[in-house]
Design a protein around this ligand. Structure first.
Ligand code: ZN
Length: 135
């Protein structure tokens, strides 16, 4: 994986934002701290690797969680509507339907955190809020 430093936020449209990302097994140690720095700088809730140009199944959240090759083990039938924005699509607010709860990597989340996790998981699968209902 060839990475250029410092990491930069990718603003769409961009092919990497519509790529199904590959499992990540070897991430340079500086990547995650730089992702957290970008997340704080832009006051985001989460940041996925493709948003910084990296084809890897990796994302971080504003509450300090790091997910590498995350596996979703359960999604609630109950859904909620959420108004979402995305650091990669400034100015867009999309009305999304998300699961109210999600179990990911053995932990269950609901509400706002569940929405953030689903938003970031969508990025790993090449979907985003600007894709009109597809994320
Ligand atoms: Zn996003």
């Amino acid at each position: 994986m060839k990475l250029s430093r410092p990491l930069k936020l990718i603003v769409g449209p961009s092919e990497i934002l519509e790529t199904y990302c590959r499992p990540s097994f070897c991430i340079p140690e500086w990547v995650i701290p730089e992702m957290f720095a970008l997340l704080r700088e832009h006051r985001g809730c989460g940041l996925a690797a493709p948003q910084v140009g990296i084809d890897a199944r990796l994302f971080i959240t504003s509450w300090g969680a790091i997910y590498i090759n995350p596996v979703t083990t359960w999604l609630s039938d109950r859904r909620i509507q959420s108004q979402e924005s995305c650091l990669s699509f400034p100015g867009i607010v999309a009305e999304m339907t998300r699961h109210l709860e999600i179990e990911i990597c053995g932990r269950k989340y609901s509400g706002a955190k569940a929405v953030v996790l689903q938003h970031e998981l969508s990025h790993l699968n090449g979907f985003h809020i600007a894709m009109n209902g597809a994320a």
